[in-house]
Ligand binder design. Sequence first.
Ligand code: HEM
Length: 170
Amino acid sequence: MITLTKFIHLATIAIWSGGLLALPFLFWQRRGLRAGPELDQLHRIARLVYVELTSPAAFVAIFSGTVLIFLQATFEEWFTIKMVLVGLMVMLHVVAGLVMHQLFGPGGRFGGLSFVALFSTYSVVIVAIIWVVLAKPQIDSNQFAAHLFEPGGLARLFHQFFGDTRIPIP
Ligand code: HEM
């Protein structure tokens, strides 16, 4: 069960990451194209990669990762770092969708600088996640957040910030 879920997780991660790395290249092909069949074809390919390959793969990767949480011990500090980075990757995934939304309209632009910025951000985040998962760095959260993994710690933090929000029973 674990092996199969991990296989699905890794296979979909490969498609998701590959798709995200390919998209800036596709967006960059927009330069110099005017409205016409060539632009329509590029639009179709970009939509295929984003809507039909990368987004479903992201969905399955997150789902299978969530299943793995229940199958493997994940209450360790490196996993928290991984989740923060995955959150960043999801937000950057949405950025690609927003770029595509404006790119194929009249006057849509995606210059060399945008290409380098988007492609390098994707590469750094993906490599960082893979490094964290494979190296599983040992971090002792007691050094800076002693109650991070303590049951009820979140509620205590909440009350610290917002005071006692419990409704008194008369
Ligand atoms: C919500 C999203 C995700 C969740 C909940 C999740 C969860 C997990 C869990 C629980 C494991 C097993 C951990 C262990 O080996 O102890 C795992 C393995 C793995 N994940 Fe994810 N993951 C997510 C997204 C990602 C992403 C975006 C990447 C890479 C870009 C990634 C790369 C990996 C790799 C390479 C492994 C295999 C690690 C190994 O076997 O040693 N995951 N994931």
